[in-house]
Design a protein around this ligand. Structure first.
Ligand SMILES: Cc1cc2nc3c(=O)[nH]c(=O)nc-3n(C[C@H](O)[C@H](O)[C@H](O)COP(=O)(O)O)c2cc1C
Length: 229
């Protein structure tokens, strides 16, 4: 393939960005192995500092996925967790954003957010990756620092956008980090490995209200400083 042929038009990239959203109800339709394999092959071209390519992952479907989910549903969360993803929530600006997305998600489903049963269902839905037929669990050695966490994020976003290119959807799941030790034990991963998060992969259930609520974002002016334009 020539370089010119390899250039993806900006509109298709923009479409992938615009249509990606976190999907929390999937159709049971299986995802062909060839599709997953092709996307992961393409995602290897994500950038990483020093070209370390620190990302590693285990991808499950079928019986191995069901076995993990059964174990999670029967397990207690790690205490303490191996890493903390909630710290920014102590700052009102970030807490407000979390509240807003939570409220929109529950409202779309006609559920009272304070409803303990609803919260428990959200937890168990996370454990079963919202019915997604495929779960990618990403991990890397604990020696990785901030720069490599960022690399992992870029790799995950590359996968999420490539999935859109195939008509597939996803939901990143740091909730899996709540069960990091259980998952590592189940997968036979060493203790010096850190389980970062899951990525639920599949076809969106387009009839599910939880997949349609309006999400908010800050404006460009709210978070970017331009100089010299
Ligand atoms: C690293 C990461 C971890 C996430 N973990 C979860 C999770 O465990 N459960 C969940 O329902 N959503 C999770 N999300 C989805 C976010 O809530 C979502 O990206 C955010 O609300 C913005 O919505 P959008 O993805 O639909 O644009 C995660 C997102 C990222 C990037």
């Amino acid at each position: 393939m020539s370089v010119a042929e390899a250039i993806v038009t900006s509109s298709s990239v923009a479409d992938a960005v615009a249509t990606r959203r976190s999907i929390r109800a999937f159709s049971p339709r299986p995802v062909p192995f060839e599709t997953i394999r092709r996307i992961l092959d393409q995602a290897r071209w994500a950038p990483s500092g020093c070209n370390f390519q620190p990302w590693e992952a285990t991808v499950l479907t079928g019986a191995p996925l069901k076995a993990l989910q059964d174990r999670l549903l029967a397990s207690a969360p790690d205490n303490p967790q191996e890493y903390d993803f909630s710290a920014p929530g102590q700052v009102e600006k970030y807490q407000a954003r979390l509240r807003a997305v939570g409220a929109a998600m529950y409202e779309a489903q006609g559920i009272q957010r304070q409803d303990a049963a609803a919260r428990a269902k959200f937890a168990s839905d996370n454990c079963t990756s919202f019915g997604a037929p495929v779960l990618l669990l990403c991990h890397f050695p604990k020696l990785m620092k901030e720069a490599q966490w960022s690399d992992m994020g870029m790799w995950l976003q590359t996968i999420m956008l490539l999935l859109r290119g195939e008509g597939l959807d996803s939901c990143p799941q740091e909730y899996m980090g709540v069960y990091g030790r259980t998952i590592k034990a189940h997968l036979g991963l060493a203790d010096d490995v850190l389980l970062f998060c899951g990525l639920a992969i599949g076809w969106a259930d387009t009839s599910a209200a939880v997949n349609t609520f309006k999400r908010e974002r800050v404006t460009v002016e709210d978070h970017i400083t331009f100089k010299g334009f």
